[in-house]
Design a protein around this ligand. Structure first.
Ligand SMILES: C[S@@+](CC[C@H](N)C(=O)[O-])C[C@H]1O[C@@H](n2cnc3c(N)ncnc32)[C@H](O)[C@@H]1O
Length: 327
């Protein structure tokens, strides 16, 4: 499975596609027929069964990526049209029809869960857990209790089951695939109830799913408010979102997160890789004056050329705070 990710312009038209896939997982075997000593026939490759199998795997993987990509584009367009639903009634109905034809969120989740298994040798929670262990969080004192983790965008209910002796997690998703997964939009969580509640929050392949750049920013700002002081935010994104965006670079992401109050403590990606992973810790937000001077509330072109349009825009109306009183 690969990661399909699409960028579109402000009208929702597809401008470019980032498709990363792992051909190393396809075992391509080409068997040549050994020519008989006397026969002077041309050597013709005999395509083995493995090749046929790998070709069909590759076609299936390509189709998965295309569906995920189309879904992202349609969702972005839908969110734009929803700004004025009366005006765009017919377009919205058409977009909804196309989303249904694709199989809706259910199909998207099925394809994503295949990705979780195959793409990364398991879910990204392995990396998150490894980092938490490096920070000795599995050896918390008895008085601190288990680490309280909010898993956003959970395709499976049991991602943290192996670590249940020290992790107590709540999986949520826009669409629940299991009774133990709470069907809940993270952006609509009760702010008072969740203020300073969680030791850790996971946003693995969720931020890139969110169609509107300001909602992506709000997601990070709310995650900050929902964490306890010194709490941890795990972020996983398709690498091109950061490595090849017109509006985001690695330094920009770091500075944007710092402007919220997050300090980057771990980072993992490799050149030409598919995924990027980051671990942040909640610290005091910088003074308001420095936050406004370094504005992340608008789109700024940072690189030109053949890039994608992934962008995160902070919402100035969301106040980030470390205190237990809601802003
Ligand atoms: C690509 S899947 C990622 C699943 C998994 N976390 C992983 O790393 O493979 C994205 C999931 O995030 C969910 N999601 C997106 N926005 C969300 C939101 N605002 N609140 C809760 N779940 C959300 C989607 O419904 C989808 O199931």
């Amino acid at each position: 499975m690969g990661i399909g990710w699409a960028a579109s312009n402000d009208d929702g038209k597809l401008t470019e596609t980032v498709l990363t896939f792992d051909i190393s997982s396809l075992q391509v075997t080409i068997t040549y027929a050994m020519p008989k000593a006397r026969a002077r026939k041309r050597k013709l490759p005999i395509i083995s069964e493995a090749v046929v199998k790998s070709n069909s795997t590759s076609i299936a993987a390509q189709s998965c990526r295309n569906t995920i990509r189309k879904y992202h584009v349609l969702m972005k367009r839908r969110t734009q049209l929803e700004q004025d639903p009366q005006e765009h009634k017919r377009d919205l109905a058409e977009i909804d029809r196309q989303i249904t034809d694709l199989g809706g969120l259910e199909r998207y989740q099925q394809l994503s869960s295949l990705g979780q298994q195959e793409e990364r040798g398991g879910g990204s929670e392995k990396i998150f857990i490894k980092w938490l262990k490096e920070l000795n969080l599995h050896r918390r004192s008895e008085t601190s209790g288990k680490l309280r983790l909010l898993e956003v965008g959970a395709l499976k209910p049991d991602n943290y089951q192996h670590h249940s002796s020290w992790v107590e997690w709540m999986p949520i998703d826009l669409r629940s695939r299991h009774p133990s997964i709470t069907e809940q939009d993270f952006l609509l969580l009760d702010q008072k109830e969740h203020q300073n509640k969680w030791d850790a929050i996971s946003l693995s392949l969720v931020l890139n799913f969110v169609p509107m750049p300001t909602d992506r920013g709000r997601m990070l700002q709310l995650a900050y408010n929902f964490l306890l002081p010194d709490g941890f935010l795990f972020l996983a994104l398709p690498l091109p979102c950061i490595a090849n965006s017109r509006y985001v670079t690695f330094d920009h992401l770091k500075a944007l997160m710092e402007s919220i109050g997050f300090i980057e403590i771990r980072e993992r990606w490799r050149k030409n890789g598919k995924m990027g992973y980051w671990l942040y810790q909640k610290k005091s937000p910088p003074p308001l004056s420095s936050r406004t001077s370094q504005s992340f509330a608008k789109k700024v072109v940072l690189r030109t050329g053949n890039r994608n349009n992934f962008v995160i825009i902070l919402d100035p109306s969301v106040q980030t705070t470390q205190s237990s009183n809601p802003p």
